[in-house]
Design a protein around this ligand. Structure first.
Ligand code: SF4
Length: 340
């Protein structure tokens, strides 16, 4: 166990939270395990402000775990559409089904069982159990990692196992004895609103008095930057076919792999498109975590996609489906009457 002189770390954080933290987030009212779970998963890659309207829509459609488990994957992806990182939505759906099958229709209340569900993991499981059940468990998401790395001036990349272990131990060492739900929200809020990545607001931080990074005058040094990777570039071609009614053709992708289960423009070799009078258009760049993708967009006549099994939809209908982000941007341009 990490030994650290934390001089009321949690008490200071809670006092700050009572005064300046966020108390009106939709998943705080009521703070049920299901509602916290959906929020935590949405927040994994996305900021609170962006998440709120998606969250409220999602809750309107899938108000509880059995409703989510009973829904078709397509409906779930559609409700997720625009949030990106669709594996999160697929995992939510799989986890809900698993809870119906083996956990009596509830999220497990035991951390190891909860962390074993698709898309959850140790920190998210702890965040759910601390917030919904007040369990005394530490979290270590990106915000908390940044706060703790700075407060104790923890050297080394957070990707290194030894650094991870130290940060987990630190996160456990500073837990309060009570008010775990508020404390968990407080430390996440501090990272999201005060100890932000660029230019943290140390002047209004409750940890400033003993923050080692601040004392060193080197807050920007922590946490150490991850080593830069050169992202490989991949290429693909998408066919944009429109008929006389202004409808475009979308086909559903296979359930697994990139953009699994989403509706997309057909990706085909353009030979047939060329023969049918198609022409290459703009190249759109899309960034994934591990690579960049250049999409060459081909405008083709309907004859060029005669063999594709898909759906012909006007843009406003297409926008109700789960679409990959670059395809969504193309359809939104069409909807505004612009050429993508
Ligand atoms: S004093 Fe500054 S660097 Fe240290 S924890 Fe607070 S906001 Fe972060």
């Amino acid at each position: 166990m990490e030994t650290v002189e934390h001089q009321g770390f949690a008490a200071r954080l809670l006092e700050w939270f009572d005064r300046a933290g966020r108390h009106d987030l939709p998943w705080q009212h009521p703070r049920t395990p299901y509602r916290v779970w959906i929020a935590e998963v949405m927040l994994q890659q996305t900021q609170v402000r962006t998440v709120i309207p998606y969250y409220e829509r999602f809750m309107g459609r899938f108000p509880d775990l059995p409703e989510l488990a009973a829904a078709a994957l397509d409906e779930v992806l559609s409700a997720w559409s625009g949030l990106g990182y669709y594996s999160r939505a697929r995992n939510l759906h799989r986890a809900a089904i698993r809870c119906m099958e083996v956990h009596g229709g509830e999220l497990p209340t035991e951390a190891v069982a909860l962390a074993a569900l698709p898309g959850i993991g140790r920190s998210t499981a702890a965040a759910i159990l601390a917030q919904a059940h007040g369990q005394r468990l530490a979290i270590l998401d990106g915000n908390v990692r940044r706060v703790l790395s700075r407060w104790q001036a923890v050297d080394g990349s957070p990707l290194e196992a030894a650094v991870q272990r130290r940060l987990w131990a630190l996160s456990e060492a500073v837990l309060p004895e009570s008010r775990l739900a508020d404390y968990t929200q407080a430390i996440m809020d501090l990272g999201a609103t005060v100890c932000v990545r660029r230019v943290p607001a140390c002047a209004r931080c409750p940890l400033a008095a003993d923050c080692q990074a601040l004392a060193e005058g080197a807050v920007e040094r922590y946490p150490a930057a991850k080593p830069r990777r050169v992202r490989p570039l991949k290429r693909t071609r998408m066919l944009l076919a429109r008929d006389a009614l202004g409808r475009l053709l979308l086909e559903q992708r296979q359930a697994s792999g990139i953009w699994g289960g989403l509706w997309s423009l057909p990706e085909r070799d353009p030979e047939a498109a060329l023969a049918a009078g198609g022409a290459p258009g703009r190249v759109l760049r899309h960034e994934f975590t591990h690579y960049s993708l250049d999409i060459e967009l081909w405008a083709v006549p309907p004859a060029a996609v005669a063999e594709v099994e898909g759906r012909w939809l006007v843009p406003v209908e297409a926008l109700t489906l789960g679409l990959p982000q670059p395809v969504r941007r193309i359809v939104e341009a069409l909807q505004r009457g612009e050429e993508p």
